[in-house]
Design a protein around this ligand. Structure first.
Ligand code: ATP
Ligand code: MG
Length: 154
């Protein structure tokens, strides 16, 4: 059903602000006023956003997290960027597998089950969306999810 990614992102991202700020991280949410709606289930969108933003906060020790929504051509994009530990090229190939966690001391230290990203991938695919990852070890990561925009009927 027609859903505002912009408003779900604003609500869900804000629930991580205190956690980020308690770690001394900056936390920025950029959502423009007018963004096309997408065809999506709000509960599933919530899970996609929560998993990506929780990872960004969890795997970042200094700097911060930026969550952005933007309209790009006929797509609506969600970008979750962090200045965290980053993900090696070898791990980038595997982190969407169930229970896979990177071989990294900080990843081991903070703990987790390795299920967040497989869920994100499944749900993005269910929405006809696309998921991209750019990351450099030691510098940070950027996850971009794009959804087909609904045609404006106003
Ligand atoms: P959980 O099931 O609690 O989410 P998890 O965070 O370990 O556990 P995923 O969210 O699936 O599991 O992430 C898989 C792995 O990908 C992580 O263990 C970590 O190695 C890596 N990872 C995910 N997001 C980031 C990120 N933003 N920065 C660095 N590494 C990340
Ligand atoms: Mg996770």
């Amino acid at each position: 059903s027609p859903t505002s990614l912009a408003s779900v992102v604003k609500q869900v991202a804000e629930t991580f602000r205190v956690q980020a700020e308690q770690k001394g991280l900056s936390f920025t949410v950029n959502v423009p006023e007018e963004v096309p709606l997408i065809n999506a289930d709000p509960d599933r969108l919530t899970q996609i956003i929560a998993n990506l933003v929780s990872n960004a906060v969890k795997y970042t020790k200094e700097g911060g997290v930026t969550v952005s929504v933007s309209a790009v051509g006929d797509q609506v994009e969600l970008e979750v960027a962090d200045t965290g530990i980053g993900i090696s090229p070898a791990d980038q190939k595997r982190i969407f597998e169930k229970f896979y966690r990177a071989e990294h001391p900080y990843v081991r230290e903070v703990g987790g089950t390795g299920l967040g990203l497989p869920i994100v991938k499944t749900m993005v695919e269910e929405h006809g969306g696309d998921l991209q990852l750019e990351s450099q070890p030691g510098r940070g990561s950027r996850f971009i999810v794009s959804f087909p925009a609904l045609k404006d009927e106003s």
